[in-house]
Design a protein around this ligand. Sequence first.
Ligand SMILES: [Fe+2]
Ligand SMILES: [Fe+2]
Length: 159
Amino acid sequence: MRREKFLWPITHAHHYGLMAAKAIQRKLEEKPAGKDLGKLRRETANFFDADMNSHIGLEEEMLGQLACHTSPADPFVEKARREHRELHGLVKKGDARSLELFAEKLIRHIYFEEDKLFPAVEEQFTQSEKEWLETEIQFNIHNWSKTAAFSRNNPGRKP
Ligand SMILES: [Fe+2]
Ligand SMILES: [Fe+2]
């Protein structure tokens, strides 16, 4: 299904999120340890703090509004909120296995949002709610282009 325009910036951000997750996976394939693992841990934490935090904050606002239409126990709302917490927890742990799980979970989370959650938002939100969300997105999603740097700095990046 074609994504409605008010969600385009957040969908675009998801593209960068997938690139970051894949960059993390590529780096982990090299079995980093010691200093290298520490660097990957810092890069991932910086990505989370600088980019994902504002993205998640915005989605949490969206989820709150969706729950007004459906229910706070809406399974999509619960799943998205739970996964946001889990993603944060994995970044905080920061060991190689947690970073691996973070990258896998982020990819699945993004596909869930694009395939299931956003169609529900498009269906449930009124026109004025869509306009409200579009404005919120424009003011809050401005850091995601930095995610490209995450990938660009990866020496193992394939052409
Ligand atoms: Fe999310
Ligand atoms: Fe998202």
